[in-house]
Write a protein that binds this ligand. Structure first.
Ligand code: ADP
Ligand code: ZN
Length: 732
């Protein structure tokens, strides 16, 4: 994030407190640095000053209250609007080794009781509550004898009618102020408008709050928007670019949702639909499969996304235009929350604008005026030719400090001006003038391309000097150029879309300014790097292997895979190849508890062959070490036998399990014995077995080497071991 503002004085945390905060960050979450404004936000909580923190999605708001909660006495209350979000955060905290719980409606009683016990004895550091819960029950009864440290209000915009997601129950939170006046209160939101901030401050009665406001730029998102021609092909391009990774595709209608999901499946992609017309069970199953990484793509109406916390969504594609920039911002907010490069493609058409306007006819007039204006703004953003990031930020009142963002279709040169760009612009503008500034874009396109529809003939417009001026150019291009001129403010659309030429437009007609139209249909604009491309092929393979392991562990632990480790952690693991737990611990996202729980398994997956160098287990305390060593040994034994059964040479097996050949052989024999009565017949012919037995009996010391020598290489060491084990199991 750049250009974040901090409207109050910087924190002056005592050095010792800062050090403790950093220690918690590293110990529990495995992070070594703060994201912008996080430290100040945490300082406010530690200093018990009310605060209001505005940060974009993915900015790291949850940590702002979670980390200080661990350093304060008592239990922190977190109000969160969605049960799925609460569950997710509680699961994440547990995985990190933090005692947290939630109380919400529809919760099993034993779970509830466990939470209340933790609360009573004071071991619970964070308690998540739904606003409904406090509306239903007196918080004093709910909290019993618990000691409250502070109240954090997540998604605080829900308290405001100015926000996009007003929830009346949120108003109940104010009761905490009255009931627990000594507890400080902290509000977090990604909604940046001044009205919402004001409302939050007032409704929660925040006392001289520390106000922190982050930049809303999301530097890891690549933005592009294209007219919808050959939309499916463009969608496939995006999906292929992020093969095997998660993505969301938004459609305006249910019918289209099914159609697009079908098309993707037919092409071999793992895609499922999600919309309000489906059976609830099926919908839930599809969502869960997406979260669990069993399906890659969800094709959805906007109904999808609330409560989805998946941080590794690598792309969001809109097959149609959203109804406002606010909606768009929210929907693309689901891409790339982990900060890795992600892509947002919007496919639009004038038809979408018309359709929304048709859908909105029953909206009361005073609201519809605003709604239409929002639609027009959205359409302008799509069709204009300037930097998309600059325009998006400007819409939310923020100036982007650079000329070229390097991360949008316009800035990466994905589009080039058509060769005679200025003349083309003039032709279009003069056509609008000739048509008396009373016809819409489609009609104007028809005139320019030289069509002779009944309407045109009837109006005798085929006799205009501008008729057919752009014949030979594809109609969809002409239409897009008209939209570009609208987006640049050279044309304006009035009643019924009638195009008129603006002052700026006349400047171009009079050659006082240069008109530019871009060729946007043929050129593909791809992001400079996708998250996979930045890994070498070997690292990518390793990354996939680690992802598989993560998925298995997640299924066992019954949590989403990203709760185990995020993609950032797996990528760094694949790239940096930590050789032991000590090094693994240094990877971002590996806290102490996760290291202990999963470190060995990930190292194992990373090093099919053993890591070179120091003992991998030196960091683990003794008892733990012993347990792990024996677990590892058991795994290796199993693997050794399996490979042996597959006909692998012992030297090769030894390499694969990272042990000496003699150990590998010993493992094979031990494993065979563990699996049941030892039958060596498949590996040692009967007469050879007899010869080995004899040699074993004859050599005085019984050492393998002596037997081997005695048989003059007629038997392998493994065969000798097998026979020896066989005799032993017979009691000889
Ligand atoms: P928000 O609630 O603002 O949308 P989250 O709290 O969900 O964002 O955080 C987004 C992602 O960033 C999470 O995967 C989180 O673990 C990660 N994150 C947060 N703080 C840090 C940090 N200091 N260093 C590295 N990653 C962080
Ligand atoms: Zn740009």
């Amino acid at each position: 994030m750049q250009g974040q503002t901090d409207t109050t004085e910087r924190s002056t945390l005592p050095g010792e407190t800062r050090a403790r905060l950093r220690a918690v960050l590293s110990d529990v979450w495995g992070y070594s640095t703060f994201r912008p404004l996080q430290e100040q936000a945490m300082a406010a909580v530690l200093e018990r000053r009310d605060s209001l923190v505005v940060m974009p999605t993915g900015g790291g708001k949850s940590l702002c209250f979670q980390a200080p909660a661990l350093l304060r006495e008592g239990t922190a209350i977190v109000i969160s609007p969605l049960i799925s979000l609460m569950r997710d955060q509680v699961a994440q905290l547990w995985q990190a080794g933090v005692r947290a719980g939630s109380l919400h409606s529809g919760q099993p009683t034993d779970e509830r009781r466990a939470v209340q016990e933790g609360l009573a004895v004071g071991t619970l550091k964070l308690l998540y509550l739904s606003p409904e819960r406090i509306a239903l029950e007196d918080p004093r009864t709910l909290l019993g004898r618990a000691r409250l440290s502070f109240v954090a209000v997540d998604e605080a915009h829900c308290i405001s009618m100015w926000g996009h997601d007003f929830r009346p129950e949120y108003r109940q939170i104010a009761r905490f102020r009255e009931l627990f006046p000594e507890a400080d209160m902290h509000a977090y939101t990604a909604t940046a408008t001044p009205e919402v901030s004001r409302d939050i401050r007032r409704q929660l009665a925040l006392q001289r709050p520390v106000e922190l406001r982050g930049s809303f730029d999301r530097p890891n998102l690549f933005y592009s928007a294209k007219p919808r021609q050959s939309g499916i092909r463009r969608l496939f391009e995006v999906v292929r670019r992020h093969a095997g990774q998660s993505g969301i595709v938004y459609c305006i209608t249910r019918k289209e949702t099914d159609k697009v999901a079908g098309a993707l499946r037919k092409e071999g992609f793992k895609a499922v639909p999600y919309h309000a017309g489906m059976e609830p069970d099926e919908r839930r199953a599809n969502q869960e499969a997406f979260v669990a990484d069993s399906e890659d793509i969800v094709v959805a109406t906007v109904a999808f996304g609330m409560g989805i916390n998946k941080p590794d969504v690598r792309y969001v594609v809109h097959m149609g235009m959203p109804k406002s920039i606010e909606n768009y911002q929210q929907e693309i907010g689901r891409a790339g929350r982990d900060g890795l490069p992600s892509e947002c493609l919007l496919l639009y058409s004038l038809a979408d604008l018309m359709m929304w306007k048709r859908i909105m006819t029953d909206v009361p007039p005073e609201q519809s005026a605003i709604a239409w204006k929002k639609l027009d703004r959205m359409y302008e953003w799509c069709s204009q030719t300037g930097c998309r990031r600059t325009r998006l930020l400007r819409h939310f009142g923020e100036e982007y400090p650079r000329q070229n963002c390097g991360m949008c279709d316009q800035c990466t040169g994905g589009h080039t001006p058509v060769p005679d760009s200025h003349t083309v612009a003039q032709k279009i503008l003069s056509c609008a003038v000739r048509l008396g500034e009373s016809h819409n874009a489609v009609y104007t396109t028809n005139i320019l391309s030289g069509a002779k529809t009944a309407e045109i003939r009837g109006a005798e417009h085929h006799k205009l000097s501008t008729w057919g001026l752009l014949s030979g150019r594809p109609k969809e291009c002409i239409l897009d150029w008209i939209e570009q001129l609208r987006g640049q403010g050279l044309l304006a659309a009035g009643e019924g879309g009638a195009l008129s030429v603006t002052e700026k437009g006349w400047d171009v007609l009079r050659n006082r300014a240069t008109g530019v139209v871009m060729d946007r249909l043929r050129t593909a604009a791809a992001p400079p790097t996708s998250s996979l491309e930045s890994l070498s092929p070997t690292d990518r393979e390793t990354f996939e292997r680690l992802r598989q392991l993560r998925k298995q562990i997640a299924a066992r632990e019954k949590v989403p895979p990203y709760v185990i480790f995020g993609d950032v952690t797996l990528r760094d693991t694949a790239r940096l190849r930590p050789r032991d737990l000590h090094e693994f611990r240094r990877i971002k996202g590996v806290g102490r508890r996760k290291l202990e729980a999963y470190g060995a398994a990930f190292l194992e997956a990373l090093w099919r062959d053993p890591p070179p160098g120091p003992d991998a287990l030196r960091e683990i305390p003794r008892t733990e070490r012993e347990r792990r060593t024996s677990e590892r040994r058991a795994d290796k034994k199993r693997l050794a036998l399996e490979l042996f059964r597959q006909g692998e040479l012992t030297a090769e097996i030894a390499k694969q399990i990272g042990r000496a050949v003699s150990t590998a052989e010993q493992y094979i024999v031990e494993q065979l014995r563990e699996e049941g009565p030892l039958d060596i017949a498949p590996w040692v012919p009967e007469d050879l077995a007899a010869a080995i037995e004899e040699a074993l009996g004859a050599t005085r010391d019984g050492r393998l080497r002596s037997v081997f020598d005695a048989l003059e290489g007629g038997a392998t060491y493994l065969q000798i071991r097998l026979v020896k084990a066989c005799m032993k199991s017979r009691g000889e």
